[in-house]
Every structure is written in C-alpha cells, then in structure tokens.
Design a binder for this molecule. Structure first.
Ligand code: ATP
Ligand code: MG
Length: 378
C-alpha cells in the first residue's frame, strides 16, 4: 500500500482523530475549514494551503467530518470524482426530509412523521402524527438544537409562532414533525462499508444524553439487538452504496429498534472504539475511503466513553487511573462545547462500573451534570 492524501471537509475533532489514526498507515490528512476556507493541518491548525481547488487536486480521496456543508462545496468535491461517501449520503445526514425518505426507501422502521412548510401542514401533522410530538428543523439541527416539543393542544398557536419564525429565517428550511417515542433507552451503531460491499460493524453503544447532548456511551454486548441493528445498518448502507463509516442512532422500544437518525461520518458514540476495539472507527473510515481492507471491529475489552463539555482541565489524578484514557481536542473553551472525552476500560462489566464510579468521584459534578446518578444506575 502506498502513502495516501486525504482531504477532510471540516477541521474539528473528528478530522483531528482521523489524522492521529491515519499516521501509522501513512495516510496524511489535510482539513478544509469551511468557515475560513483555509486548508489547515488537523492537529496544529496551521494553514497549509489556500483554495479548495488546489487541495482537491492534491488529494487522493476527499471525505467529510460533518454533514452541514454548503451544497456548492459538496458539488465541487463530487465533480472531482474523489468524494466519499457521496453527496447524497451527506445531504441525507444534513436534511431530515431526505433522511426520512431514505429510511422509508430502505424499509427500516422509524418514527411516524410529517413535513411542515405551512400552517395548514402543521394542522395536518397534528392530526396525522398526534400529540405529544417532537418537531425538528429539517436543516441545521445538532445536539438537540432546532427542536420543539408539542405536549398539549393549548401550545399550538405559540409553537406555530416559533416554527414560522424559523421557517422564515432560512430559505429551504422545513420542519419535520415526529411522533414522540416513549423509548426505554437510546443505542447507536457505527460500522464501515467498502466500495466492494464489504461491511464491518462495531458492537452497539448505549447512549445517555444530558440536555440533548451525548454525555456517556457504553459499548454493549446484546446479540439479539445487535442482529436487528446490523440488519438495519446494512439496509441503509447498501441503499446509499455507502463508503466509509456510517453511524445510526436508534430508540430501543421494548427490544424493538426504531431509527432516530443517521450520521454519514465517524460519530461521537463511536469514540470508545479507540481503546475498546481492535481497530478504531477513525482508522476504519480511512481504510474504507482509501479502498483498503477493513480492520477488525471486535471489542477487545469493556469500554465506556464520557464527553468533556465546556471544560479545559481535569484533575491530574485522572491520568493516574490506569484504565482511563484522556483525549483532548485542542479547542478553546466555550460553555457546553465538546472539548474532549475520556475512554474508561475494564476486563468485565463489574470492573467497568467500578472504574467509572472511581472516575466520576474525582470529577467536578458541576462540570459533569447527572453523570454520577447515571453511573450509579449501571
Ligand atoms: P445529535 O446531533 O446530538 O445526535 P440532534 O440534534 O441531531 O442530536 P436528535 O438525535 O434527532 O437530534 O434528537 C436529540 C435527542 O432528542 C434524541 O437523542 C432523543 O433523546 C430526543 N428525541 C429526538 N426525537 C425524538 C422522538 N421522536 N421521540 C422522543 N425523543 C426524541
Ligand atoms: Mg441525535
């Protein structure tokens, strides 16, 4: 295998971790910062090039670390013939209308929904989907932003004011109304697909969100649920003729999975694979897009990941814990911002709980809200 140059659209922590994972395979990453339009080194953030066209010419492969990319940029990348997974997959991740259509086309179960552009669509959605319902902007939503809940018919008019303001603010915007799913828990699946159709899927992770943001992910070993999730993963990945890592978030409703959403990229709920799987999601994404054999996705031990949000320091004692692995993203501190994560490992489920308990006991509870209570419930 030869040295490869991969251009990543987006210059955040996912490009950074791709860079770290690619280095041993001689895969070099440069990152296109969509805000500044500079080509930067994903680790140092030093500007290493100007102009998307030059970077495209220098790259063997182009991929993306997020789905909210201007379509004009996606089109330029697509024209080069080097872009993977595909603009169709990125658009499905970035527009809930396209995503819902994709799930229906792939015949995978998802929450009943309706699309709202006008007040009469809203009234029809209330009739069809029912109350309670969750409303989500079609474009631009992440970490629970751009969402509303309708729980009582007396909220309809005031909610419409908010929805119509959001529709007016962005041309092309729409709102997807979804039935409120009374799930038991949320799980997600990360897997890789290669152009040949070869698929390698990681164990499911169980996810805990606090305030709409992922707080804790724990890899689980539940064969029945895994089989269901893997079947749905293959249906979506094959429908898209997908190449790279694809993540799928599910609601677990009494052992039956419904797809919540997809992410056409490496995913926060797959960060545990850095310490917990034979080959991590970042390396497998690069292997897939570079058309190299996929690495083993097998779990090698029990692992959990917890997100560090809005904090740029940790007690030094965390580094002294032998089974804790700290990953900082080198970002400037902002309230609620994803700043890093900690992977916690163990040889058994019981030991994982002990290690997590020991860890949360030294963390500032104000910086990790609700975490102690969630770990105590494990
Ligand atoms: P992220 O980018 O963090 O994945 P997001 O902003 O794209 O989040 P969703 O994953 O669609 O949004 O929703 C965020 C959370 O809101 C979900 O993880 C789930 O807890 C809750 N939620 C979303 N849709 C529904 C639903 N139909 N019924 C019940 N809860 C829901
Ligand atoms: Mg989500």
């Amino acid at each position: 295998m030869a040295n490869k140059q991969v251009l990543v659209l987006g210059a955040g922590q996912l490009a950074r971790m791709m860079s770290l994972a690619g280095a041993p395979l001689n895969i070099d990453i440069s990152a296109f910062d969509v805000g500044s339009e500079h080509i930067v080194h994903p680790l140092t953030k030093n500007v290493i090039g100007h102009g998307l066209n030059n970077a495209i010419a220098a790259a063997d492969v182009i991929t993306a670390e997020f789905e909210h990319i201007p379509h004009s940029i996606l089109d330029i990348c697509e024209q080069s013939g080097k872009f993977l997974p595909s603009t169709q997959a990125i658009k499905a991740g970035g527009d809930r209308r396209i995503e819902k259509q994709l799930l229906d086309d792939a015949s995978v179960a998802n929450a009943k929904y309706a699309i709202i552009n006008t007040r009469s669509d809203f009234d029809a959605a209330i009739e069809y989907v029912g109350i309670p319902m969750v409303l989500k902007t079609a474009l631009g939503g992440y970490d629970g932003k751009g969402q509303w809940r309708l729980t009582d018919s007396n909220q309809i008019d005031s909610l419409w004011n908010k929805i119509s303001a959001s529709l007016e603010a962005t041309p092309e915007q729409a709102v997807v109304a979804e039935e409120f799913v009374g799930f038991d828990r949320e799980v997600s699946l990360v897997g890789a697909r290669r152009a040949s159709g070869e698929i390698a899927i990681y164990p499911l992770a169980e996810n805990v969100h606090v305030g709409g943001v992922l707080s804790l992910s724990i890899a689980i070993d539940e064969p029945e649920l895994q089989t269901q999730a893997a079947q749905m993963f293959s249906a979506v990945a094959n429908e898209l003729d997908y190449v790279g890592i694809l993540a799928i978030e599910f609601f677990d409703v009494q052992g039956k999975l419904l797809v919540n959403e997809i992410a056409p990229r490496v995913h926060n709920s797959g960060h545990w694979t850095q310490q917990g799987a034979e080959v991590c999601q970042f390396e497998n994404h690069l292997r897939a897009v570079c058309n190299l054999p996929l690495g083993s996705t097998q779990a090698i031990r029990h692992t959990a990941m917890l997100n560090i949000l809005g904090q740029d320091s940790l007690p030094e004692s965390v580094l002294a814990m032998p089974q804790c692995h700290v990953h900082w993203y080198g970002k400037e501190k902002r309230p609620g911002r994803k700043m890093g994560h900690i992977n916690v490992c163990a040889q058994s489920k019981d030991e994982l709980k002990r290690n997590l308990t020991e860890l949360v006991n030294v963390l500032d509870p104000a910086a990790f809200p609700e975490l102690q209570a969630h770990v105590a419930k494990l």
